[in-house]
Design a protein around this ligand. Structure first.
Ligand code: MN
Length: 179
């Protein structure tokens, strides 16, 4: 019995190109999907919305069965988003490096690996790397009517430089622990 089930699973995997893993007899809506690293398209952050070089690996895409969008965004040193808002807010989870985030009228906050930042709906803000350090964060949003952000003006060189030099030159976390 166990052998038969194993055989059925292997057959199913072979027929589906090994991308979907599902129990014997389950319909397409019960399938697990494995999106392999290195196969998904990684796009450049568009110049209209980013300063400097940033890449976006959109790992979770909203569709008929889910509303969230999750992207790993990697900023080279000096790269940052333009000012923008999110219609239903945004959660950022810093995964590496050292960055900055600022809401309009607020002070710049240093963000480090392991930090989780919630930006409420329609709060104008920007985020990105520090001048001498790269930074990657996971970004989680729920689009509203197909839109996940409203983009505004860039964070200009003068405004960005006014934050001063990078405040973190080595890998660390806000608790001081290695990440
Ligand atoms: Mn944002």
């Amino acid at each position: 019995m166990k052998k038969q089930l194993t055989l059925a699973l292997v057959t199913c995997a072979a027929l589906s190109g090994a991308h979907a893993l599902f129990a014997a007899g389950a319909g397409p809506d019960k399938q697990l999907t494995v999106m392999r690293a290195g196969v998904r398209p990684v796009i450049q952050g568009p110049a209209a919305n980013f300063t400097g070089k940033a890449t976006i690996d959109r790992q979770v895409r909203p569709d008929d069965s889910k509303r969230i969008m999750g992207s790993l965004v990697s900023f080279e040193p000096g790269a940052r988003t333009a000012w923008h808002t999110h219609p239903l807010g945004q959660t950022l989870i810093v995964t590496s490096g050292c960055g900055w985030i600022q809401s309009e009228g607020g002070k710049v906050e240093e963000i480090l690996p392991g930090d989780v930042i919630w930006t409420p709906a329609n709060v104008k803000h920007w985020h990105g790397a520090q001048p001498d350090a790269a930074m990657s964060h996971y970004a989680i949003v729920e689009p509203l009517n197909g839109s996940s952000a409203e983009w505004m003006e860039h964070v200009g060189a003068e405004q960005y430089a006014s934050q001063g030099a990078s405040t973190c030159r080595t890998t660390k976390t806000s608790t001081g622990a290695k990440y």
